[in-house]
Design a binder for this molecule. Structure first.
Ligand code: C2O
Ligand code: CU
Length: 433
């Protein structure tokens, strides 16, 4: 980011949070052109895409065990479809054109309806030309509340994103250029954290649901103004909440934090040069009766236990990109010497089978690997069970073992969530029967 962009970020006004929607009534979700206030007041608006008039799209909120029913209407001039990221969803509702449904043509609709087995912070986004449509704004938060939620004064969603803007504040039209595809993806020159609420009181206990909606940017985030704990990653509770330090959010990752407010809450992006102010939540007034119980773990989800002994051992090698050397795939990126979706699944699992997958990054770039319809355990160097996530970041030339119980029947994509990498080869699929 250059200096001009940094100044622009400081001067910008907050986006108006989108109006929410709460189950159980059926909802219309229309993808359409929108204008967003990214620029300082008086300097005009940015033409983008969004849902129901805004980007991010409306926050969809439902109680755990509840059902979401959405009539998706495609009001843009290209095919589209909606993916419900991180939900252990009924496969035909997963929103992947070419694998689980046909793309929705301009002017047409598609009915999505599915249950929410787990509580947590999720999101939805276009899964058609996602490297372009997500970068243009086609996404929104999807929140599943616990049946017995933790006591907080406010539950606030904070969406992180970056955009590549021209000097007049419009999205640069160079989507899909080869340099982005073969390097880090489409990084923006202007980044923000967009909270769903503008002010809190000193002494309030707040839950922050952080969502990285960027197509390529890995955010290193420092939260100022409060003390608290990290209570969940990718929607799934930590058995032992962790101290709130510097956070890393790869594209598509989420983190839930519960903290007690002492001063203005600030979100700083720790760049190599200096912190970049992404956004804040102001303090107005004082909470006369602060919650003083300790911050407890969220209710544990009933997730399937992995069977390590019988686990199928697999390697998923990430290959390609600039400075990546040769591989057997036909596009810029590959998994195991194959670019793009193979005709037959990479693996076929019996329902409930456990796989131990070594995700090995043979490239010069980091990759956040996402498995659809499931979460998986990250394993430490010593094999200890780590976080339970749906997207795991593997640094260049490193590897990470994960343990996944494939218990959800259907056809599931596995891909890099740097969406330019996905578009140029780094994806595959598995079938659970
Ligand atoms: Cu967030 Cu394949 O998706
Ligand atoms: Cu990647």
């Amino acid at each position: 980011m250059n200096r001009r962009d940094f100044l622009l970020a400081l001067a910008a006004t907050a986006l108006t949070p989108a109006a929410g929607w709460t189950a159980p009534s059926a909802m219309r979700l229309k993808a359409e052109p929108v204008t967003a206030r990214l620029l300082p007041a008086g300097q005009g608006v940015t033409r983008m895409l969004g849902f129901n008039g805004s980007t991010p799209g409306p926050e969809i909120r439902v109680r755990q065990g509840g059902r979401v029913a959405v009539i998706f209407e495609n009001g843009i001039d290209r095919d589209s479809a909606v993916h419900w990221h991180g939900i252990h969803i009924d496969n035909p509702m997963d929103g992947v054109p070419g694998l689980t449904q046909a793309a929705v043509k301009p002017g047409e609709t598609f009915d999505y309806a599915f249950d929410m087995p787990y509580a947590g912070t999720y999101w939805y986004h276009s899964h058609e030309r996602s490297w372009e449509q997500v970068a243009m704004g086609l996404y929104g938060p999807l929140i599943v509340e616990e049946r017995d939620p933790p006591r907080v004064d406010h539950d606030i969603t904070v969406v992180f994103d970056d955009w590549r803007l021209t000097r007049s504040g419009q999205l640069r039209a160079n989507f899909g250029n080869r340099h982005d595809f073969s390097h880090d993806g489409r990084l923006g020159n202007f980044a923000r954290a967009l909270p769903s609420r503008e002010a809190v009181r000193r002494g309030d206990r707040v839950r922050l649901r952080l969502i990285n909606a960027a197509t390529a940017r890995i955010f290193q985030v420092e939260i100022g103004g409060g003390a608290g704990k990290i209570v969940a990653h990718d929607g799934m509770p930590l058995a032992d909440p962790e101290p709130l330090g510097e956070l890393e959010l790869a594209p598509a990752q989420r983190t839930d934090v519960i903290l007690d407010v002492a001063a203005t809450l600030t979100f700083a992006f720790l760049t190599r040069r200096r912190p970049y102010e992404l956004g804040k939540i102001a303090v107005q007034g004082v909470n006369p009766a602060p919650i003083d119980a300790p911050i407890a773990p969220l209710p544990p989800p009933r997730v399937p236990a992995p069977d390590r002994k019988k686990a199928r051992r697999l390697t998923l090698a990430m290959q390609g990109g600039a400075m990546g050397g040769r591989h057997g795939g036909k596009d810029l990126w590959a998994f195991n010497d194959h670019s793009g979706l193979p005709d037959a699944p990479w693996q076929r699992f019996e329902r409930g089978e456990t796989a131990l997958i070594t995700m090995r990054n043979d490239t010069a770039f980091p990759h956040g690997i996402h498995i659809h319809g499931h979460h998986f355990h990250e394993l430490g160097e010593d094999g200890a069970l780590g976080h339970y996530r749906d997207t795991t970041l593997v640094d260049p030339r490193r590897r990470r073992d994960v343990l996944c119980v494939f218990d959800n029947p259907g056809k599931w994509l596995i891909h890099c969530h740097t969406l330019a990498h996905q578009a140029s080869g780094m994806k595959t699929w598995v079938e659970v029967v």
